[in-house]
Design a protein around this ligand. Structure first.
Ligand code: BG6
Length: 491
């Protein structure tokens, strides 16, 4: 029995969209890793369901290489015994008879009482059909045992479509049966934001407007749109990264302390935070955002010629509550930037009075706390120290913690491992609830509307491999601040 208590019933995981990339690159490798760690239910079956006509053997072969890639030390026997749990069923997401046949097969595989996890990993335009199929075949009903559905991102493309998806889901499942994925919540370092804040007594008292000057959240990627040009071009950076990952990280950093680590207590606080973000208004928003596209984006496969889709955005937002009143949060994300790095930086206020003489024109360097979420996972605290053998010269120094030093290099599992384990054990804490998703989309819709306004700031351009457009530097400089080098300074 695992700490999650996931072993109690025989379990079948049904993956809709099993022949796709996500299943091969993330889901099966995560399940296999959990299997080798003996964290899965002892009676587990994984059934792939997708349109491609594959046999069980084809499916196993299709997923084998990636599953083994992350596990150099596993034996072929371990793979063989895991692979024996995998099967595949070709089917059409829009045909009720295919879902009825699936239901019959599932009843044959493991009759009630059993647990079933339906993982919707198909293209988003198939979500509604799959939910309809689950309903028509009665797949969410269980006389005994449990039924849960995991839905991948993107969950909708705006507030209206997210609401419609929530409405469809709620027709077949109760909210506690629904697990909406944001894989950033599965990252150890994102969960550690809560531990850092709420398992230590020293940080929380200064985690507010009295001490924090501003907060920066950066999710930079060095890769471009790769093979996703067509779908990315319809979405852009705000829908692809801000609506989910950046706002989820923001809510972990800025929410009030929940009373317990329980799904609803946590999600109540996250929702309250998201609902407190001041909605951007068109006139004001021109001064609080920059959007840009990397040069060469329009030549990427699948991207429309002359596309105006932003691949970079920087946004200043304010949170209307007591803790954060007047503290700007600067969020930025982009593709084809200098490096892949995800970090949160809290810059503290300057000391109110300085007794040390500074050279003419010099200013004191404010304290910085940098939470490095990836890839060099760790935490840095920058503070001032006296330069030895000087009269009273100050120098910034860094106090650092690295996961690799404290816990070993292989300590950090893939985000999907934790999320799959939680979904199997019925813990929805790290999944987004319908009200959170809708609050996030309301903010994104307001941004998109502000960018469509006639006086909206123009789309800028930036060189691939840079840190984004110069306008993003000018935008934060206009507030008397600068983008922090954060963890990059120390890597
Ligand atoms: C996905 C986005 O959700 O997250 C991608 O659709 C992005 O565009 C990816 O590349 C980033 O995830 P990670 O875990 O590599 O930071």
């Amino acid at each position: 029995m695992t700490a999650h208590g996931a072993r109690a019933l025989p379990v079948t995981v049904v993956i809709f969209g099993a022949s796709g990339d996500l299943t091969r690159r993330k889901l099966i490798p995560a399940l296999f890793s959990l299997y080798t760690k003996k964290r899965l239910p002892s009676e587990l079956r994984v059934l792939g369901f997708s349109t491609r006509p594959l046999s069980d053997a084809d499916f196993r072969e299709h997923v084998r290489e990636q599953a083994l890639a992350g596990q150099p030390e596993v034996t072929s026997e371990e793979w063989r015994s895991f692979a024996a749990c995998l099967s595949y069923r070709p089917g059409n997401f829009t045909l009720t008879e295919d879902f009825a046949a699936l239901a019959a097969q599932l009843d044959g595989l493991a009759p009630d009482p059993c647990g079933r996890l339906y993982y919707v990993a198909a293209p988003p335009d198939m979500y509604a059909a799959i939910i309809g199929g689950l309903a028509s075949a009665g797949l969410m009903r269980a006389a005994l045992g449990w039924r849960r559905v995991v839905i991948e991102k993107p969950f909708g493309s705006d507030l209206a479509s997210a609401r419609e998806l929530n409405r469809l889901l709620h027709q077949v499942a109760a909210e506690p049966q629904i697990y909406r994925i944001d894989h950033y919540l599965g990252k150890e370092t994102v969960q550690n934001v809560l531990v850092f804040r709420f398992a230590n007594a020293v940080f929380e008292p200064i985690w507010n407007r009295n001490y924090v000057d501003h907060v920066q959240i950066t999710v930079a990627e060095d890769l471009g749109v790769e093979h996703r040009g067509k779908s990315y071009d319809r979405v852009g950076v705000v829908r692809d990264m801000f609506q989910n990952h950046l706002l989820q990280v923001l809510s972990m950093v800025a929410m009030e302390p929940p009373t317990s680590f329980n799904a609803d207590a946590l999600r109540d606080e996250k929702h309250k935070l998201l609902a407190a973000i001041r909605p951007p208004t068109p006139g004001e928003f021109a001064r609080s955002s920059v959007r840009a596209q990397y040069s060469g984006y329009c030549e990427e496969a699948g991207v429309a010629p002359g596309s105006q889709t932003p691949t970079f955005a920087a946004v200043r937002l304010l949170i209307d509550n007591w803790r954060w009143h007047g503290v700007p949060f600067y969020l930025r994300s982009g593709k084809r930037l200098a490096r892949k790095v995800t970090e949160v930086v809290l810059q503290f206020k300057r000391p109110p009075h300085l007794m040390f003489p500074l050279p003419a024109g010099a200013d004191i360097t404010p304290n910085i706390l940098a939470l490095c979420l990836q890839p060099d996972e760790g935490i840095h605290l920058r503070f001032e120290a006296k330069q030895p053998d000087s009269l009273i010269e100050l120098r910034s120094v860094d106090m650092e913690f690295h996961y690799r030093d404290s816990f070993g290099v292989s300590a950090i599992p893939e985000a999907y491992e934790r999320l799959l384990l939680d979904a199997l054990s019925g813990d929805a804490s790290l999944f987004t609830r319908s009200d959170e998703i809708e609050a996030a989309w309301a903010w994104v819709d307001a941004i998109e509307a502000a960018w469509r306004a006639p006086d909206a700031p123009a789309l800028q351009s930036y060189e691939a491999g840079s840190w984004g457009p110069v306008q993003a530097d000018a935008f934060i400089a206009a507030d008397g601040r600068a983008w922090s080098a954060g963890c990059r300074e120390h890597a």
